[in-house]
Design a protein around this ligand. Sequence first.
Ligand SMILES: *[C@@H]1O[C@H](CO)[C@@H](O)[C@H](O)[C@H]1NC(C)=O
Length: 583
Amino acid sequence: MTRLSPTAVLRNGLRVLFPLSVALTVYLYLYPIFSTCAFPLPPDHHGAATANTGRTAFVETAKVHWHYAAGTAENATVFAPSRPLAPFRLLALGDPQLEGDTSIPTDYLGVFPHASSLFQHLTFRSSHPSLRQRIRASLHDVVDIVLQDTFDLLESLRKRLDHLGNDFYLAHIYRTVHWWTRPTHVTVLGDLVGSQWIDDNEFWRRANRYWDRVFRGAEPVPDDVAAYPASEYDVADYLGGGAFNESTAWTRRIINVAGNHDIGYAGDITEDRAERFERAFGKVNYELRFELPLADSRSETVFDDARNPDPGSNRLVPELRIVVLNDMNLDTPAVSSKLQDDTYSFINSVINTAAAVDFKGHFTVVLTHIPLYKPEGVCVDDPFFDFHEHDGSLKEQNQLSVDASKGFLEGILGMSGDTNAAGRGRGRRGLILNGHDHEGCDTWHYINQSVTDPEQRRWEVKRWRQATAVGIVGRAELPGAREITVRSMMGEFGGNAGLLSIWFDEASWEWKTEYATCPLGTQHLWWLVHILDLVVVVAILLLGLAALLSVVGVNVDATVERSVVRLCTPRKKADTPLKDGGS
Ligand SMILES: *[C@@H]1O[C@H](CO)[C@@H](O)[C@H](O)[C@H]1NC(C)=O
């Protein structure tokens, strides 16, 4: 018999597992560094967006971390950041979709439901025509207890653990990326919870998980800050003042967007659902205006400069306008016409209070949930509409309709295919961010003004990469806007985080944007690392216990060996010799 030494097995196991778990843990907790994540940098003063921009942005981010970590120490200046970061850095997260009781059998069926039914049959509390039927029903229940309820219970336990792990996985993405990349603002682009049909109790349970676990330390945008568009307005804040390490109210706030799983599609949004969403996560329609204070060094005069206005200028004080829009009921038929009117009047107010298209210096970012229309094959999700049978209302949609999409491009952004339109139809600069399709997509919508026949002229769309490759982005006769559908942060989609930088280019008096992503990878790595860490910790504790016991004179190895030997030796009836009667 080989000598079995549990402490030696543990020690040898730890020799392999300990370094592995340390390495994986370090990787997991510093993944944005290993993946060289960073908010894209504005080009340097030579204006050249150099090759390797991603690398430069990462190095600058690292330098700033180093700079602050070193404080005022001597080496703080050695790695002093040399390029300014974008004044608006938006961490954009898509579709966390917190699941809950709807996928836990014991929550909607009860624990061992067939056991209580069996009890009813056996105690004659249920009615049956005959004893045979009573026995038959009881036997059915016995089968169901063994082959159904037990498995439902196990599945429920697994699901519960799964939800808990998933919450922490999402929290890990938010916390880690937020720490490393230092966004100035954060948005979650709809589908915060996984179902619009949950009752109020479950809704609030999920809302609490959202705020207390997944986005711990964050808070919704306060209602008095979330403004309704008006021609006289207060800015929500000033940009650029925020140092990299500064924690302003905005770095803690989350600009939540309402998705179909939060409030429902047009065919199932009710006022109750919209209201509980607003109480938990903030308003569904509002705007935020952020102003970038004018640099003292500028040579240009500005139309609405408070101190020195120049009525002849078409330059405005630089401003970012964030429009948070519930686009769930843009398309019809909707069940609540009041909520649909709310959305339409909100969009009209956004349009009516926008700067005239001839001005430069404002930039609109629309944050919404359902993406704009794109023909089949452009993104992973193709156009899809479904309607309820009972009342014909809108049941489901992958994208907005062509007309609703036009409302974004021609209404909010004021572009037109007609060169005789205001501002030659070039519209306002802007960008649209949304979620919904989980896969993500990055596109450029444009209209070809050279097509003279208005019947032939329509909005076209290409993948962003392709559009930039063929050089149609930014051409005067092809007004357009970028739409980024942010890939979901769920594990199945690689735990994605979007990093949108927006900065002001004084030379052209326009805002510029760039987008990068920072995926963590699927949830399996997160689970693996934490299970491995748990195994290592337990092994260390056991070894510590063995060491402690040997101090008081108990030899664990010997004790275990003795008991194993005792267990493994077949027991004979000690003194009964085999009778050799038979054969
Ligand atoms: C725009 O339309 C003109 C005239 O029809 C055509 O020659 C040109 O190729 C079009 N441009 C793009 C990018 O489609």
